[in-house]
Design a binder for this molecule. Structure first.
Ligand code: DCT
Ligand code: MG
Length: 386
């Protein structure tokens, strides 16, 4: 919960109102067609953002709250930005925002100032703040999260050089790779590069098990042109899922294209109920890789660049839940789960959907089945950019 003025925090909404679909929606105009739901999974959010000037400012505030360990405030600003991203047109006045859900007083104050002055003094102050700038720089390294970044900042470190020459700092394997390939990893991955990586994956699967298939998930499945990594989900024949990723890693190693790998063995249990904590990772077999992608020419003078690749291999029967979870966006997924729990009495995560009333697991062959179980209109992947 935020330390200062309370912001809209998760789960405060509609607890007593099971008919949220109609009643909790806020109307932009008098017609019900323009109602905006407080749940991202009831909004269609494409990549066409008409309110960038506001959403970029709110995202700076969200990141600043995250760096301060203020999760409630961070989520409040992210939700506000997400609502604005879903609008079919730019906000014309701060008064319009009064009719929108998820916009707390702090978010509204920022919108007002931007409408009046063209920018937010609070956002500018944050962007010039040494702590914020240093935390952002450190967190841009693969393997460095806000806690590590903060501990480095609190020791007076402000540059990569200072971190790398500080004798008391011991980098882990991931961070070492992060610094080693920083130049490559900090350049966004293009859709064409993601397609080239998919071909590498397909070649590896053809060698390992020709019945296995691979699908791009994450931002690229939502239509993004660039991403910080490429996310893949593997559909393996029944009972084969736990063998696939170690075999892919072995194949990439033998081809000398693997720069780093962190394989996480499956701890998946058929009978386990969905996890209440959104932040908890799923229990499927997965790996986080740094892969060499062949290129014609490179800024670094080599004929390859390092790219981050995440792979997940769920059991066949759980594929639709995993695909839905790994497609994102993060806020869309968070709201799907929140909606399931608060509005439908169901528990959802990347593994399964559980009905608390009937105490049953609900089967799904497709993502559409999951939306149907939840009584939600189907939202296409390219409309999940919440
Ligand atoms: N995800 C998940 N469990 C994990 C990791 C990710 O459910 N352990 C989900 C959340 C979003 C999606 O997978 C992809 O994650 P990211 O790559 O972090 O997000 P993105 O939307 O693909 O962003 P980018 O385009 O920058 O890669
Ligand atoms: Mg991604």
């Amino acid at each position: 919960m935020s330390a200062g003025r309370p912001l809209p925090v998760e789960d405060t909404h509609c607890i007593q109102n099971p008919a949220v679909d109609q009643r909790s929606c806020v109307h932009l105009s008098a017609t019900p067609e323009s109602a905006v739901s407080p749940y991202a999974c009831q909004r269609r959010t494409t990549l066409e953002n008409h309110n960038k000037i506001f959403t970029e400012a709110l995202e700076v505030l969200a990141l600043n709250s995250e760096f301060s360990g203020n999760q409630g405030s961070c989520l409040g600003f992210r939700r506000a930005a997400s609502v604005l991203k879903s609008l079919p047109a730019a906000l014309r006045s701060p008064e319009e925002a009064l009719r929108l859900p998820c916009l707390g007083d702090n978010s509204r104050a920022v919108l007002e100032e931007i409408c009046e002055c063209g920018s937010s003094s609070r956002v500018e102050e944050i962007q010039n703040d040494q702590r914020y700038r240093t935390m952002k720089l450190f967190c841009s390294v693969f393997g460095v999260g806000p806690k590590t970044a903060e501990s480095w900042f609190c020791r007076g470190l402000k540059t990569f050089e200072q971190v790398l020459t500080e004798p008391s700092i011991r980098l882990n394997r991931m961070q070492t790779a992060g610094f080693l390939f920083y130049e490559d990893i900090s350049v966004p991955v293009s859709r064409a590069e993601a397609a080239a990586l998919k071909m590498m994956m397909e070649e590896a699967l053809l060698f390992i098990n020709p019945s296995a298939t691979v699908t791009i998930t994450g931002g690229f499945r939502r239509g993004k042109e660039f991403g910080h990594d490429v996310d893949f989900i593997i559909k393996a024949p029944e009972g084969q899922e736990d063998r696939i990723l170690p075999a892919v890693i072995k194949r990439f190693k033998s081809q000398n294209v693997l720069l780093y790998s962190d394989f996480q063995k499956s701890t998946f249990d058929l009978r386990q109920l969905p996890n209440h904590r959104f932040e908890a990772m799923d229990r499927f077999s997965k790996c986080f890789l740094l892969v060499k992608l062949q290129m014609q020419e490179s800024r670094t003078g080599r004929n390859w660049r390092a790219v981050r690749v995440d792979l997940v291999a769920p059991p066949l029967e759980r594929f639709p839940y995993a695909l839905l979870g790994w497609t994102g966006s993060t806020l869309f997924e968070r709201d799907l789960r929140r909606f399931a729990r608060l509005e439908r009495g169901k528990l959802l995560d990347n593994h399964t959907l559980y009905d608390k009333t009937t105490k049953t697991f609900l089967p799904a062959n497709t993502e559409e089945d999951i939306f149907q179980h939840l009584g939600l209109e189907y939202i296409e992947p390219w409309q999940r950019n919440a």
